[in-house]
Design a protein around this ligand. Structure first.
Ligand code: ARG
Length: 601
């Protein structure tokens, strides 16, 4: 195996060789060159690159030899086992500064990256900015349908989860150069409005729509009208009539509806404002005029059947069909969602549509996704675009492990909850004497950043499909895997740099990163993995991947800082640059998680 392995065809390396991208992509490109030489007839062979389970073996491994050996059996007698094929793959790798050494065990190829190359790349990332390293996804435009509370009903912790998770997903996709339509699919349509409008008329017979004050708490209003609805058949009758009048577009009813929506909206806005979340409302009512046409389309494909007086779509493997027109002729959640999907695909031309709701709605999504596939709106293959994904999440539990409720009222007032997080943070800052050190505004802004950040991070750090326990004590702990700990860690790095008295901007150009100490190398390598972690979090739609990365990064930094003197050492310049690179990547993680960084503490 001294010279290059014999080729069957005259294969020319592709020009996209060494194109930038995540470490994984760059390595994959190198290995694909070699793999194509091994098996020219398998031109679309994809390099299977994964991080090494055991870092003593290397940084990454390439796992193609086993599979390829099986495929080549009989065709390539020079390889008598996967191990010899693996050795040949290594031999045929194009020259690259990236790789320090490769080794093989039983056909697995372990790769150690060159510390010089890592150092140079970290520096490049600092100079070019992290944005230049953003992952590229095969998606142009995505819809993220999140938050989506229901008008006049409570906006509960489930909606808070949807808001936090959805915002992070939107941010990660935006960072990856995807155009994101952030959609608030509010429940602003449906039969409950008949009841609400009728109740409003009853309370204010003059027909004058009262100011916000007069309706007061919409949730209480909703409950009172529901009681009236359930208790009085005559009222129920009138409420049902009101739905018809509203849907027919009668002015008086439209106005009352719009008024109720507006009050709800103001309540939702107070939550969004605190969280710094931006959404564009396209509620259920928006799609209402399109429903008949979309159902007509499905009908022409003979997908809609009659069943017990309703019009339904039967879904393979499901006992109960998807109801698209109710027995009374009205539309429902499913008719709206099918229509919204049609609109997003055809009018908005989205190629990835992502829905963020609790896992309890999984069936609903599976059903109308399947209906859309049957109608040919979506490809049958799972990984082809346009694609739909349901991002399901678990419940928020109280410390008693039951569904989360606050002490005072039976439902959680989200604004109060967020304010409480901020207040608690402020108290801690005052205890630490910051009131004397900082301006009132600094105190307030820091308390906000830490408090809201803590709520978000506590939600995001768990795998979203699990339930999580809402505990102020846990999320506001300054040790352990919390936003407080991470924000403080970041502030400490900033203060190291400040105290050095050096101008980092200047060092970026004149200085050079060298990774001589083992802990420096670990930190540098971790920094370079940022793009592939974001890419993974985007493709799996699991923001906890990014949280884990951030937490490990701060651990790697701590180890480095404990074992390597920064200020005043011979390696000061290189190490300050490493501090700066860590702070930059941490800030980008905070940004993607919707957390505002703090710079001093
Ligand atoms: N309004 C619904 C709820 O509160 C969530 C809507 C989610 N989006 C959708 N397109 N179905 O449960």
């Amino acid at each position: 195996l001294d010279e290059k392995i014999e080729m069957k065809h005259n294969y020319k390396p592709s020009i996209k060789l060494h194109k930038a991208g995540s470490l994984k992509t760059q390595l994959a490109n190198l290995f694909e060159e070699s793999l194509r030489l091994m098996a020219p007839e398998e031109l679309d062979v994809n390099a299977a690159i994964a991080p090494c389970q055991n870092p003593t073996f290397g940084d990454y491994q390439c796992n193609n030899a086993m599979g390829l050996y099986k495929k080549l059996k009989g065709k390539a007698p020079q390889f008598n086992n996967p191990q010899s094929l693996a050795e040949a793959i290594i031999k045929n790798l194009p020259a690259s500064e990236m790789i320090d050494s490769c080794s093989t065990i039983k056909g697995f190829i372990n790769v150690k990256l060159s510390p010089d190359w890592i150092a140079m790349s970290v520096q490049k990332m600092l100079v070019d900015g992290v944005e230049a390293w953003a992952p590229r996804l095969p998606v142009k435009r995505a819809v993220v349908d999140f938050s989506s509370p229901n008008i006049a009903k409570e906006m509960h912790v489930g909606h808070l989860r949807s808001t936090i998770i959805g915002d992070t997903i939107a941010r990660m996709l935006e960072f990856s150069n995807v155009e994101v339509l952030r959609r608030n699919h509010v429940g602003d349509w449906g039969t409950q409005f008949g009841m609400l409008i009728e109740f409003l008329f009853e309370k204010f017979p003059s027909g004058e729509v009262p100011s916000d004050q007069a309706i007061g708490d919409l949730e209480t209003f909703y409950k009172a009208s529901k009681q009236r609805f359930d208790g009085d058949p005559a009222f129920k009758e009138k409420a049902q009539q009101a739905v018809v009048s509203l849907q027919a577009g009668e002015e008086k009813y439209r106005k009352a509806w719009a008024h109720i929506c507006e009050i709800s909206r103001k309540g939702f806005e107070r939550v969004y404002e605190r969280l710094g979340v931006h959404l564009e409302e396209k509620g259920e009512s928006f799609y209402n005029p399109y429903i008949p046409r979309v159902l007509e389309l499905l009908d022409r494909q003979r997908l809609i059947k009659e069943s017990e007086g309703a019009r339904v779509i039967f879904i393979e493997g499901k006992k109960i069909p998807l109801i698209v027109v109710k027995r009374d002729g009205g539309y429902n959640y499913a008719s709206t969602d099918l229509t919204a999907l049609w609109y997003r695909l055809n009018e908005e031309k989205a190629d990835w549509i992502i829905y963020v709701t609790d896992v309890g709605q999984r069936d609903h999504f599976e059903m109308f996704f399947t209906a859309a596939k049957n109608a040919g709106w979506l490809p049958a293959e799972k990984d082809k675009y346009p694609k739909v994904s349901h991002v399901g999440f678990g419940l928020v539990l109280g410390e008693d492990k039951k569904r989360f409720r606050t002490r005072s009222t039976e439902t959680v007032k989200l604004v109060d909850l967020l304010d409480e997080a901020k207040t608690k943070c402020k108290e801690v800052l005052v205890e630490r004497g910051k009131a004397a050190e900082w301006t009132e505004e600094e105190l307030d802004k820091t308390a906000e950043a830490v408090g809201y950040g803590a709520v978000k991070y506590a939600d995001l750090k768990n795998n979203r499909s699990t339930n999580y326990i809402f505990s102020f004590d846990q999320m506001l702990d300054d040790r352990g895997n919390t936003a407080v700990y991470l924000l403080y860690a970041h502030a400490r790095i900033c203060s190291i740099i400040r105290k050095s008295g050096k101008d980092v901007e200047e060092l970026k150009e004149s200085g050079k990163i060298v990774l001589a100490h083992a802990d420096e190398r670990v930190l540098g390598f971790h920094l370079l993995q940022f793009p592939e972690v974001v890419e993974e979090a985007c493709t799996t739609l699991l923001p906890n991947t990014l949280c884990e990365y951030l937490y490990n990064l701060s651990e790697d930094f701590t180890r480095f800082y404990t074992n390597c003197q920064v200020v005043g050492s011979a390696e000061e310049t290189s190490r300050l640059l490493l501090c700066e690179a860590t702070a930059v990547v941490m800030r980008k993680c905070f940004y993607l998680l919707g957390i505002t960084p703090v710079y001093k503490i």
